[in-house]
Design a binder for this molecule. Structure first.
Ligand code: BES
Ligand code: ZN
Ligand code: ZN
Length: 495
């Protein structure tokens, strides 16, 4: 799909459809909607009255003609989150385009309330994310695709800025789509070795700002990563411990580490999951995929902070070599863990990954992203991720970045009184709580044992990382790349 920003009057746009977004409210007046050709005016007013169109978000009126169709879309309140409404409207327009076979779509950003850089960026982002399809395994893909997406502006003054905003959106969307591809591709292909290869490829195309180290099983054994390797021992696939580094070309002393859960398939191990629960478990590397997608954007975005990306990649499989419930392992920071359920494997891999990066690089902040607990999906549903943090300032900054990026997170507590639930009788820790409640919180408390008092945030993305029903109008089913946009917004806000 070609995407561009062009200056034109509404009447002169050459496209199959022109989308006209309008604000809603009690004062909405169909007669005052500009940019509808005179010939369609009375038709629009009749249709708008017929469907009680008031510009509410999600409402649409389609005016079909011999030439360019006009699609009027409601944005809702002008005082609301307009960038978010535009992204939603854009996604909805793409649905209409697929239904009606539009190949050339124009989207009007007219007037100073709509024509802003962040709106150009939002539209371009939603367009590219809408255009995504995972069809590498399909013999035929019968989908009708938009070939040309034009953002039409009525003011040429800031054209350079608008084109920059569009390019930025392309970079971000590419990163999100890298993550979506990695999550959607089956686990038979996305093995730990393949994740390491994907990291290598990203470094290769990014030039000198990125570096990569991959540790094999032996190297991890030497470092004492007993928790991570315990997960991996049941699988035929070799574990790969991936460490990416971005060194900012701009002067900075700050550094941040993102640790992504990279379980390429989670069968549960000997604590085997039921068939239904296993069906989507190729998604258990979505945290890792998000870190990789995020790294794919860094050479272009050049944030002013040094960044580490860490992935303890492994598969979680049952076999004669697999870890048994009741086994005790020693993690890299010396704490022993009684593994009572081999399906609570993510925290074991993250424990060693966090110890490694803290000991090796001493970053100022650590953030982990993980499809960690089914309990988080029970608590927050399929669209909202959990955040837990030992640092108020970090939690606040992170949530602000998420809001700006348009991804939904909600904070959960690291409740001190639940800490004893992950203490074992015979080892330092146990990998599941002694009760069955608050599983997201006890998983977070377990992880906190490995952050050595660093400012740290834990993101449980089990819900939104893999969408069984669309996450928004512009992110459909399957891998969502959740987290990439927030990570970018977060590091760019670091001063
Ligand atoms: N990968 C799963 C969590 C998960 C569930 C992710 C649903 C995405 C969707 C994780 O490794 C797991 O199995 N967690 C267990 C923990 C339990 C054994 C304490 C869970 O949530 O059931
Ligand atoms: Zn599991
Ligand atoms: Zn898992």
């Amino acid at each position: 799909m070609k995407i561009s920003v062009v200056k034109s009057e509404a009447a002169k746009v050459s496209a199959d459809v022109l989308v006209i977004p309008v604000f809603g409210g009690t004062d909405f007046d169909a007669k005052k909607v500009k940019d509808i050709p005179d010939a369609l005016r009375s038709k629009f007013q009749k249709m708008a009255a017929g469907v009680k169109f008031t510009g509410k978000a999600g409402q649409q009126v389609l005016l079909q003609t011999e030439g360019t169709d006009h699609l009027v879309m409601g944005l809702g309140d002008r005082k609301g989150d307009v960038a978010a409404s535009l992204r939603e409207a854009c996604g909805a327009a793409f649905h209409a385009a697929r239904r009606l076979g539009y190949k050339r779509m124009a989207f009007a950003l007219f007037g100073k309330e709509l024509l802003k850089e962040e709106h150009v960026e939002g539209l371009a982002l939603a367009a590219i994310l809408s255009d995504y399809a995972f069809d590498t395994f399909k013999k035929e893909n019968g989908e009708r695709k938009v070939e040309d997406f034009m953002i039409v502006v009525d003011e040429a003054r800031d054209m350079m800025k608008f084109r920059k905003a569009m390019e930025r959106a392309e970079t971000i969307a590419d990163g999100v789509n890298v993550a979506r591809d990695l999550v959607n591709t089956p686990a038979q292909e996305i093995t730990p070795s393949h994740l390491a290869e994907a990291a290598k490829e990203i470094v290769k195309v990014s030039g000198s700002v990125l570096k990569l180290t991959v540790l094999d099983r032996k190297a991890c054994q030497k470092l004492g990563m007993g928790a991570y390797l315990a997960v991996s021992q049941g699988s035929e696939e070799e574990p790969k411990f991936i460490h990416l580094t971005y060194t900012s070309p701009r002067p900075t002393k700050k550094s941040i580490a993102f640790v992504g859960k990279g379980v390429t398939f989670d069968s549960g191990g000997l604590s085997l999951k039921p068939a239904d629960g296993m069906m989507t478990m190729k998604c258990d590397m979505a945290g890792a995929a998000a870190v990789l997608g995020f790294f794919a954007t860094l050479a272009r975005l050049k944030p002013r902070v040094n960044i580490h990306g860490v992935i303890a990649a492994t598969e979680n499989m049952p076999s004669g070599k697999a870890i048994r419930p009741g086994d005790i392992v020693k993690s890299m920071n010396g704490k022993t863990i009684e593994i009572l359920n081999t399906d609570a494997e993510g925290r074991l891999t993250l424990a060693d990954a966090m110890t490694y990066i803290i000991r090796k690089e001493n970053p100022d902040v650590v953030i982990d992203l993980a499809t960690l607990t089914g309990a988080c999906v029970v608590a927050l549903g399929e669209e909202v991720a959990g955040v837990m943090s030992n640092d108020r300032g970090l939690a606040k900054n992170f949530l602000a970045a998420a809001k700006n990026a348009g991804e939904k997170f909600w904070e959960l507590p690291l409740e001190d009184r639940y800490r004893s639930l992950v203490v074992s009788d015979i080892a330092d820790l146990r990998n599941i709580a002694t009760n069955k409640y608050g599983g997201t919180l006890t998983a977070g408390l377990f992880l906190e044992e490995f952050v050595e008092k660093k400012p740290w945030a834990h993101l449980d993305i089990a819900g939104p990382a893999f969408a069984e029903k669309p996450l928004s109008s512009y992110i459909g089913r399957g891998g969502t790349g959740f987290g990439v946009r927030t990570m970018i917004t977060f590091v760019e806000a670091i001063k």
